[in-house]
Design a protein around this ligand. Structure first.
Ligand code: 5GP
Ligand code: MN
Length: 340
């Protein structure tokens, strides 16, 4: 951490020397990193004596419901009035694991109107969210990795096994179990420090990755059998899932988590897209291996963003039209997809 950043962390610590009303927020469709960071920081700030509320923009997957303090989260989509009132009263607001206000979905209204001191802790490139404290580092594997650093500077003695477990969850999920390039030697240093708190790595892995319904496994089989399309000439692949198909498989939030990665296991595939039909839009996930930037691709064509090798976006066109647009874009990227 740079000395300037370290000073900022200390300045914020000094501001938090007296009890404050604090709201923690994360991005729409919170993932393991977003929820891990939120629950870790929640427990830490409560130990410091603050009044803290966690507010997620919407639901998050069942496989994260085991996280400590999960039941204390407020869901903006389901508890709009209460959540808005809490945001209005906040002295401090943390933006965790997102870099644009629109990533907080409908929560962007009360968040934009708030006069609270804002703190951003995030690892997505090019943050555009105005913040009084900006802790942004796109070289960090995860928000949890960054947060661990901050908590250590604030008061290492307050970090306990539960907090360490939450942070580990975020690092594990955002690095694809330490398989992505974003997992650096520093990431492993952080993990080794977290292990000292006695976290149960096996239990965390099982809760997150071996905790799905039989229907989700059948849906995965269906996607691989009938929905995966491979474009060898572009080293690309796609999977789509319509609302009707989701109904057929009793789809629950999080059931398609990770499906976008599946075609990357196919020999030669370097770029994948997963299209999930929602009531009002198509939610798209992109993944790549190597130098092809799915962050650029999502930003340019699908109103999205993310990281070099993992991004997402959306479209307000039909599923067919959205997929057609994607197919038509592939030839334009042929050279880039072959350069590694
Ligand atoms: P996922 O495919 O898992 O939803 O998202 C992968 C990555 O892309 C995450 O880091 C997520 O924050 C980012 N991302 C997903 N959807 C969007 C989007 O609509 N806009 C932006 N800016 N980033 C997104
Ligand atoms: Mn993240």
């Amino acid at each position: 951490m740079t000395s300037d950043r370290q000073q900022q962390v200390i300045n914020l610590k000094n501001e938090l020397a007296t009890p404050r009303r604090i709201v923690l927020t994360n991005h729409q469709g919170p993932d393991g990193d977003a929820m891990g960071a939120m629950t870790a920081l929640y427990q830490f700030l409560r130990k410091m004596g603050h009044e803290v509320t966690m507010i997620t923009p919407n639901d998050y997957p069942e496989f994260l419901h085991w996280l400590p303090c999960n039941s204390e989260t407020v869901n903006f989509m389901r508890q709009k009035e209460m959540a808005t009132a809490i945001i209005e009263k906040a002295d401090y607001i943390f933006h965790l694991d997102y870099n644009q206000i629109k990533r907080s979905a409908d929560m962007f209204r009360p968040l934009s109107a708030s006069k609270a001191v804002r703190i951003l802790i995030d690892h997505h490139p090019d943050p555009s969210l105005p913040a009084n404290y900006l802790f942004s580092d796109s070289n960090a594997s995860s928000t949890c990795e960054l947060l661990f650093n901050i908590l250590k500077i604030w008061d290492a003695s307050l970090i306990d096994r539960d907090i360490a477990g939450c942070l580990y969850t975020g690092i594990m999920t955002d690095t694809g179990c330490f398989s992505y390039r974003s997992a650096t030697s520093y990431t492993f240093t952080v993990v080794s420090e977290l292990l000292v708190y006695g976290i149960d790595r096996d239990a965390i892995y099982n809760q997150v990755y071996d905790n799905f319904s039989a229907q989700r496994m059948r849906l995965m089989g269906y996607c691989l059998n009938s929905k995966m399309e491979i474009f060898p000439e572009y080293r690309a692949a796609l999977i789509t899932l319509s609302l009707e198909e989701q109904r057929r498989y009793d789809f629950a939030t999080g059931d398609s988590e990770g499906f976008v990665n599946l075609p990357l296991s196919v020999n030669g595939v370097r770029f994948t897209a997963f299209f999930l039909e929602k009531d009002d839009k198509i939610k798209i996930s992109f993944r790549s291996k190597g130098s092809f930037s799915v962050n650029d691709f999502a930003r340019k064509h699908f109103s999205g963003g993310g990281h070099l090798n993992a991004s997402g976006g959306e479209a307000r066109t039909s599923l067919d039209e959205t997929v057609r647009k994607f197919r038509e874009l592939l030839p334009l990227y042929k050279d880039e997809l072959h350069a590694q």
